[in-house]
Design a binder for this molecule. Structure first.
Ligand SMILES: C[S@@+](CC[C@H](N)C(=O)[O-])C[C@H]1O[C@@H](n2cnc3c(N)ncnc32)[C@H](O)[C@@H]1O
Length: 175
């Protein structure tokens, strides 16, 4: 019984409080990730993928299998530990304990992956545009789940959409 209550005390705040900062932990099914990284955005060794809210790291490992470098930002320390453990033999995978709203994308990012919930979708768009402006170049965004209402995707596969964000230069943010 003590283990049950210990688990409740540790796991409930760790997993529950995340809903105030983003999507709760629901992993993308591996078959869908494979489809996205083949049909939607054929990823390669030239890519640097960033998963904002990387969960157990399934997207990172699938990207790495195709030769890409893969970086995950994850707010839940338990999931950071699990994903580091599951990816321990994988030199292309890095998992950072971080709130992605408070983080910058790495300079060499080429594609960002997000499991998006409708509440956050406009904020994500604004963040991506600001990052494209800051980096002063283009990168792609893969959304799984919610899509942008007023931004046309380049391609769509199932629940996935692919977008491109280009620099609008300095202070001319799109949103
Ligand atoms: C729906 S899950 C998706 C996990 C993984 N990307 C996948 O597709 O399998 C969302 C993840 O984002 C994490 N998360 C939510 N808000 C976050 C934030 N502000 N910063 C970093 N991670 C966050 C959650 O802890 C959770 O693991």
């Amino acid at each position: 019984m003590i283990w049950f209550w210990l688990a409740v005390i540790v796991l409930l705040p760790t997993f529950g409080l995340v809903v105030f900062r983003g999507a709760p932990y629901v992993p993308t099914r591996k078959m869908y990730v494979k489809q996205a990284l083949a049909e939607l955005y054929p990823i390669s060794g030239r890519d640097v993928l960033v998963d904002i809210g990387s969960g157990d790291g399934v997207v990172l490992r699938e990207a790495s299998k195709r030769g890409a470098r893969a970086i995950g930002y994850e707010i839940n320390p338990i999931l950071v530990l699990i994903s580091r453990l599951l990816s321990r033999k994988d030199k292309n995978v890095e998992v950072r304990l971080a709130d992605f709203w408070l983080s910058s994308l790495p300079d060499d990012v080429s594609v960002v992956y997000v499991f998006a919930v409708s509440r956050d979708i406009n904020k994500i768009r604004k963040m991506m545009q600001n990052e494209a402006n800051r980096l002063n170049r283009e990168f792609h965004l893969i959304t799984y789940g919610s899509a942008f209402n007023d931004l046309k995707s380049i391609k769509n596969v199932g629940a996935y959409n692919l977008y491109s964000f280009k620099s609008l230069h300095a202070d001319k943010a799109q949103v």
